[in-house]
Design a protein around this ligand. Sequence first.
Ligand SMILES: [Ca+2]
Ligand SMILES: [Ca+2]
Ligand SMILES: [Ca+2]
Ligand SMILES: [Ca+2]
Length: 323
Amino acid sequence: MPNSFLSNRRAGTRLAWPLFAGLAAGLLRVAHAAPPPGYALNLGVYRPSTNHVYAYADLGTKAFALNGVYGASGDLPVAGDFDGNGVADLAVFHAGSWSIDTNHDFASDQTVSFGAAGDVPLAGDFDGDGKADPVVFRAGTWFIRYSTSAQTIQRTLGAAGDQPAVGDFDGDGLADIAVFRNGTWLIQTHSTSGTDIVDHFGGLPGDTACAVDWNQDGVADLCIYRAGLWYFQSVGAGVLLDSYALGSAGDVPLPGGVFAYAGAIYVRAGATGTPDGSAAHPYPTIGRMWGCRSLDRPSNCLWSPNSLLSSWPRSGAALNLMA
Ligand SMILES: [Ca+2]
Ligand SMILES: [Ca+2]
Ligand SMILES: [Ca+2]
Ligand SMILES: [Ca+2]
């Protein structure tokens, strides 16, 4: 099974460096109910008037992971980890056509034909392979296209005019569906039609419903985007959990979860092109080290064939092995 995110280790941790000289894929499957270890929770917004996306890599420093134009007038944005590398990708939906930018260069890398004009697009991992599955909501009928099989399943929840949301509301690692209607949330976690959980949060005119695991306990929290302010409440808690400011009125919230790991170094076996250790241009190997004076100080080492000396160690960096 293809895997995304094999390992993630912080700088300063003693690593068995030579072991990484050859990379094997498929060691571990990760369903990202919460950010993987070492990753930070992020948020983003999409501004339809300019097709500009603003997504933070770090909610504390407010460094951007995404800050550019993607899509065209009338496109609907969707954030999800479509390639399963642990980092949310930006997609735009237009009348059933999905264009997905998996490497954050604002150019489409994957296209999917799924849904139709008038559908509301969403994404979540329903089949548990770590990759986001395209979803469309059509007046109470949900169509979910499994990434593993391209099979489309159908569910029923809500009605025309409801705001749909996707998140893992029961914390089992698989995405669930919800609709928001004037402050009432109807959540379906294990049925194929009907409501398993009813909750109440938000409901002012203009509120946009979203779902994100804000407290990172593995269970998606209810989220309301209100003109640049995000509000969070855990399912069943009945009290506000937190709020955060990002965006402005008219923006579409992108509760992608994780948009980047600042300072990360990415490695993918067989990667081509000129590598710089970014997610877009990963190293094909971390190389083999020799001439070391200390395992804990890789900068003392010589590397071949693909030296990381120019970029390692980075402060706070993590090493990400990609399938
Ligand atoms: Ca991704
Ligand atoms: Ca999936
Ligand atoms: Ca679930
Ligand atoms: Ca939570």
